[in-house]
Design a protein around this ligand. Structure first.
Ligand code: PMP
Length: 359
């Protein structure tokens, strides 16, 4: 069967070679006579998958040894709760750059006794431009940012400084697609279903001194319990961890994050240039704040957008519809999205524009 060009914001496209490897190993993993899905999480075969996944991620992101890597469940959305529950002692700061930041803020506000301050926001400009993030004093327990705003298409590619206050990032939609320095952060979290693999897995990278600050938390929501048990307090999402391990191997073979970032920059630049050069399409995002992974564009006419999406679909380019809250189109170009798919989209955009402009 032919594969489509899948521009989905997540779950998103995975490399064919990874899918083939999964297929090949599906019935009998390493001659065990069992599928990975059937392995006990306490078996040595699974333990080595987990160990490999962790060490590959450590290499790819150059994670220092004073950080724990946790493989959890509940999605990035559960981190909206776990984070303030574990790290919020009195007062926490949030930067509001879009729908996902807003959800993170709302969940932090539900933690009893915690003061949540929104220290910067781009709401006034419809989340089209990164706000300036002020330094906060040390009475704050952390500063939370969303490095990439999946829906609005903005990103902090250079992270704001937070002084001695730990910086925390929701990196769900650009982890492993651009280089970040882990030591700039106290904690990083990401749902897996964009650059890491299938959904069902959430990665948390947390500085060890930020673990165990609060006592008597519900066990499953306590970073200390998860860390002390090597992410296996209960049954972890074994298949998703296995697929993530294969994705990490794939990325490492390509040369790691620095190499994929070059490719991602190229893919994004090609698309932004096409948008800029056109008289039909427009980017709603300020030039200095543009994401490499989620690229929204509009024609300014909802009916025209619909027609574009329909015709693209007929050509095997799917999931180009913008998020329901913003409309228009959105091309998500994660690591596994091929350059040829971007070329195909650009050709179609030009063809469509020529047709509707009648030249
Ligand atoms: N944060 C960001 C930036 C996201 O893009 C998403 C999902 N698209 C989430 C949080 C929520 O993630 P999950 O569905 O894994 O809870």
């Amino acid at each position: 069967m032919d594969r489509v060009y899948n521009f989905s914001a997540g779950p998103a496209v995975m490399p064919v070679t990874v899918l083939q490897k999964i297929q090949k190993e599906l019935l009998s993993y390493q001659d065990s006579g069992m599928s990975v899905m059937e392995l006990s999480h306490r078996s040595s075969l699974f333990q080595s998958i987990l160990n490999d996944a962790e060490s590959l991620l450590r290499e790819l992101m150059d994670i220092p040894s004073n950080y724990e890597v946790l493989f959890l469940q509940g999605g990035a959305s559960l981190q909206f709760t776990m984070l303030p529950m574990n790290l919020g002692k009195a007062k926490v700061a949030y930067v509001n750059t879009g729908s996902w930041s807003q959800k993170a803020i709302e969940e932090a506000e539900k933690i009893n006794g915690l003061t949540v301050e929104v220290i910067a926001s781009s709401k006034e400009n419809q989340f089209s431009k990164n706000p300036v993030v002020p330094l906060v004093d040390e009475t704050f327990d952390y500063v939370h940012i969303t490095t990439n705003n999946t829906i609005e298409g903005t990103a902090f590619l250079d992270v704001p400084t937070s002084g001695d206050v730990p910086l925390v990032a929701d990196m769900s939609s650009n982890i492993l697609s651009s280089s970040y320095k882990v030591s700039d952060f106290g904690l990083i979290y990401a749902g897996a279903q964009k650059n890491i693999g299938p959904s069902g897995l959430t990665v948390v990278i947390v500085r060890k001194d930020l673990i165990g600050l609060k006592e008597n938390l519900p066990v499953m929501l306590d970073y200390k319990v998860q860390a002390d048990n090597g992410s296996m307090y209960n049954t972890p999402p074994t298949f998703a961890i296995y697929a993530a391990k294969l994705m990490f191997e794939w990325l490492q073979e390509l040369g790691g994050v620095a190499e994929i970032e070059k490719l991602n920059r190229k893919k994004a630049a090609m698309l932004y240039e096409t948008i800029e050069a056109s008289k039909l399409y427009r980017s709603p995002v300020d030039k200095g704040s543009r994401s490499l992974t989620n690229i929204p564009f509009v024609t300014g006419d909802a009916e025209m957008d619909k027609l574009f999406i329909k015709q693209a679909e007929n050509k095997g380019m799917i999931n180009l519809k913008g998020h329901r809250s913003v409309g228009g189109m959105r091309a998500s170009l994660y690591n596994a999205f091929p350059l040829e798919g971007v070329e195909e989209l650009i050709n179609f955009m030009k063809e469509f524009e020529a047709k509707v402009k009648g030249d």
